[in-house]
Design a protein around this ligand. Structure first.
Ligand SMILES: [Zn+2]
Length: 334
């Protein structure tokens, strides 16, 4: 695929997943956001596989699972100030939580006819659940008139210029919504020889178990390998590059493994393709539905959704990528 096409596709995906990430954060009073993110392996391509339970355990550093949200916020440019502004709109009733849910329905379902919707769940929240965010789920927004006028979707998609343009981003060749370029924070790597996965991003803290996953991250976050290498060298051209004990350790390990297994490039694990994005989004939608439905009496809705999702679940189980990431429960125990 042409470099330009890769960059443009990556930009569109950063906008889409940035918006999903933004909406999930706003529903945090009723959700474990980390558990929701774990349902969609694509988020680890942005934040680094070392943030998932399995690889964090392998590295004996379970605190990494808690770093995923910070890394995603940087990769998507979803800054605290944008979240605070959105929260203010919810608090004043300008945005209703049903609107947030309806926006997530649209972004995650891709027009599929599901038997229920997140919007329906939010509309049927129990009184106690609504009380978690005063006014937000009530009829406090007087301006809301037509059901089709969703102010959240208008904010995300209908704005001119679009909202992602205002997010912190790099405006150069990687196109809008790419995180501002910087180099990896190596301070901790100089203190001691820390274990790492086989491939570490040099422009952020993300780590990957094989080259292909690393290259996908570079394409999706840093504008492709050519821009990535140029940016890295530009940062380091004015002073010598001092190799850290962590990088020394990693080099020795890779040499030893390559010698032991007779490979030029050692992977922690061979590349396994993740399920298609449409399927990942559906699985995330189902998990969201079930997590939110707990706050209302929606057993019937959960049953319908479970039956409807069965074929999609089977497809995901058959897929190699389903073995890549641990069940949601494990992240909760960290
Ligand atoms: Zn990176």
């Amino acid at each position: 695929m042409a470099e330009r096409t890769v960059r443009h596709t990556a930009m569109e995906q950063r906008i889409l997943y940035g918006n999903i990430f933004f909406l999930l954060q706003l529903l945090a009073p009723w959700l474990d956001v980390s558990a929701m993110l774990a349902e969609c392996p694509l988020f680890y391509t942005y934040g680094g596989f070392d943030c998932c339970y399995r690889w964090a355990t392998y590295l004996q550093d379970k605190s990494r699972t808690k770093q995923l949200q910070c890394r995603l916020a940087e990769a998507f440019g979803v800054a605290p100030v944008e979240l605070a502004n959105a929260q203010a709109k919810i608090d004043t009733g300008e945005w209703r939580c049903e609107d947030l849910a309806a926006a997530l329905d649209k972004l995650l379902l891709d027009g599929k006819a599901a038997p229920s919707s997140l919007q329906y769940v939010l509309q049927n929240f129990s009184v106690e659940a609504k009380a978690k965010v005063p006014m937000s789920c009530t009829d406090g927004r007087a301006a809301y008139s037509a059901p089709s006028a969703n102010p959240v979707l208008e904010y995300l998609e209908g704005h001119a210029p679009p909202v992602y343009v205002a997010r912190p981003c790099h405006k150069g060749p990687p196109e809008h919504a790419a995180m501002p370029p910087r180099v990896r924070d190596r301070k901790a790597g100089f203190q001691t020889a820390l274990p790492t996965l086989a491939f570490c991003c040099r422009m952020c803290e993300a780590e990957f178990p094989n080259r292909r996953a690393h290259d996908e991250h570079v394409d999706m976050v840093h504008g492709g390998s050519r821009w990535y290498i140029n940016a890295f060298h530009s940062f380091h051209e004015l002073h010598p590059y001092v190799v850290s004990p962590t990088e020394n350790r990693s080099s020795v390990q890779r040499f030893a493994r390559a010698q032991q297994y007779g490979t030029k490039e050692f992977d922690n694990e061979p590349y396994l393709e993740a399920p298609p994005q449409s399927l990942q989004k559906l699985l995330l939608w189902e998990t969201l539905y079930k997590a939110l439905a707990v706050h209302g009496n929606l057993e019937e809705g959960i049953q319908k959704v479970t039956v409807w999702m069965r074929t999609f679940r089977d497809a995901a189980t058959e897929h190699n990528g389903a073995r890549l990431f641990p069940p949601v429960k494990k992240t909760e125990t960290v």
